[in-house]
Design a protein around this ligand. Structure first.
Ligand code: ZN
Ligand code: ZN
Length: 207
C-alpha cells in the first residue's frame, strides 16, 4: 500500500547512528536512527517541487530536501509501480525464453532478475512519500538521513458544543480502517445530537 500523503503532515528526519549494520538475527542487520520531528509542507498541486531545509540535531548539518506536491507524489508512486510491473514482464519473458529453449542461460537470468526488480520497485513504490534528497527514497540504499511521513489522520469535523465546550470523542488516527472510523463517527454524532446542554439553560439530563 502506498503511504498516504497530504499537503501538511507530520514527518520525521532520521539520522543513522551506526556506520555498519548491526547484526539482528540471521541475514538481517539493524540500523539505529535518531528521529527528529519535521512538519512536511508540500507545494500546491500543479506547482513544481519545493526545496525545504531542516537542520539535523545530531550532525548539525543543514539538509535540503526536494518536497513534491500531493499529485506529484502520486506520479512518483505510479512510476515505481510501473517499473515493478516491468519486472513482472521480465519474468514472463524469461519463462517464454526458457520454454522456447532458445537461450537457456538468458532465460534463467531473466527469471531470476524479474522478481527481484519487481520486489525492489514495489517496495520503492510503497516507501515513496514524495521527498527526495540525500539518498532518501532510492531503493535498497540505506541513507545517512532518511525521511518518513506519518499518514495524516482522517479529516472529520470536530463534535464540540460551542456553549459548554463538551466534546464527543471519536477515533480518527490513520491506522484505523476507514469504515470503522466512519461507523464510530456516526455513533459519536448521534450521541452529540442527544447532548443536553446545561450551560444553555437546557432541561438537564432526564432520569
Ligand atoms: Zn545528521
Ligand atoms: Zn453543551
Amino acid at each position: 500500500m502506498p503511504t498516504k500523503v497530504a499537503q501538511k503532515q507530520q514527518g520525521a528526519v532520521s539520522h543513522r547512528m551506526n556506520f555498519w549494520g548491526r547484526p539482528a538475527g540471521p541475514s538481517t542487520v539493524a540500523w539505529d536512527y535518531e528521529d527528529m520531528p519535521w512538519e512536511i509542507v508540500r507545494p500546491d498541486d500543479g506547482l513544481p517541487a519545493a526545496r525545504r531545509s531542516v537542520r539535523c540535531r545530531v550532525c548539525d548539518r543543514e539538509l535540503t530536501f526536494t518536497v513534491y506536491s500531493v499529485t506529484g507524489t502520486g506520479r512518483r508512486q505510479a512510476r515505481w509501480r510501473a517499473l515493478a510491473w516491468a519486472g513482472l514482464g521480465i519474468l514472463v519473458a524469461g519463462v517464454v525464453v526458457l520454454f522456447s529453449g532458445a537461450m537457456l542461460g538468458g532465460g534463467v537470468a531473466l527469471v531470476i532478475a524479474g522478481p527481484i526488480l519487481g520486489l525492489v520497485f514495489g517496495m520503492a513504490a510503497s516507501d515513496e512519500v514524495g521527498i527526495s534528497g540525500h539518498g532518501n527514497g532510492f531503493p535498497v540504499t540505506n541513507a545517512k538521513h532518511a525521511v518518513t511521513a506519518s499518514p495524516p489522520p482522517y479529516d472529520l469535523q470536530d463534535l464540540a458544543c460551542t456553549t459548554c465546550g463538551h466534546t464527543e470523542e471519536f477515533p480518527r488516527a490513520a491506522y484505523f480502517r476507514e469504515d470503522y472510523v466512519q461507523e464510530q463517527y456516526e455513533a459519536a454524532r448521534d450521541r452529540f445530537a442527544r447532548h443536553v446542554c446545561l450551560a444553555s439553560g437546557g432541561t438537564g439530563p432526564k432520569w
